[in-house]
Design a protein around this ligand. Sequence first.
Ligand code: MRU
Length: 353
Amino acid sequence: MPAPHTDAIAWGPDGSVRVLDQTALPAEVRWLTITSVEAMIEAIRSLRVRGAPLIGIAAAMGLAAEAARLVAEARAPQPSPHNWPTGEWLEAACRRLAAARPTAVNLRHAIERMQRAGLEAMRSGAAGPDLAQRLRTEAQAIWDGDAAMCQAIGEYGQALIGPGARILTHCNTGMLATGGIGTALGVVYLAHQRGRAVSVIATETRPLGQGARLTAWELTRAGIPCRVIVDGAAAWMMARREVDVVIVGADRIAANGDVANKIGTYGLALLARAHGIPFYVAAPRSTFDLASPSGEAIPIEERPASEIAGGLEGLSAFNPAFDVTPGALVTAIVTDQGVLRPPYGPSIAALGR
Ligand code: MRU
């Protein structure tokens, strides 16, 4: 039985974008309507919309939504032609969107695609509504492409999952994080659909609870057995031989196979190695960054102390949102083009773009 589909984003009326506010889950299913680049940046920064592939899609849709609004405003009874989407507007909006979160390279890739599409359209004479339509078409293509890549990752991942596998995963990499069935969770969804009797151990994912709130919510809706653990319980579960395999997603994979993903991933990879458990990363080609030779070149987002400091005024804190797992600890990387095995440098260089 296919999982109930959970789009975390949708087109709204008059070219607007509707975003499922993930900060409210699982208590409340609340949708926001977004018509401006600034509002989309706020939604991305505050993790209302999150997950590397989804923030790329959301940023692209936010750009298209603002273009549609500017066109509508310029046509309103009191026209304001200075608002007409221009080349300067496109350039500035893309720059601001690409900087909304630093680590997920999918965001930069999506925005570069949007900028290219917009500039090409303008060069061929498109303006106003035609330009806005072109941007919407490109945003939809990014979304559709991501959904197809998730499906392919899910298919390739089946070779790595035995019947009855107890799969430990971190953060949320499913329908709430992508434009399709997910990356690491996409592998889980397809295994479940094919009757492989898999179950999931979802780490809570400190400090914002993407595992306990979002992965647990998604999997419960899909009828996939899921147990939540605090992050600190992973070692003990592995020692008790309750974990067969670890699969996580990625925010950026460097040219040598180093993987930036949610803080705590590196620790899980070390634990998996210590316990002889395979550690897999699942990611589409939009997550690979050939311009980062190794993990050292990946910018790591630091988030406010208030997320972890429990309200204590003036407390000093260090709150990195991601860490880097050396490629040497990764058993295999499942991509939409197949399963890569170490050494990663040559196989990553050979990935189609
Ligand atoms: O801060 P988040 O919730 O956006 O972090 C998300 C992750 O770390 C995911 O593992 C990653 O983006 C892959 S999602 C398919």
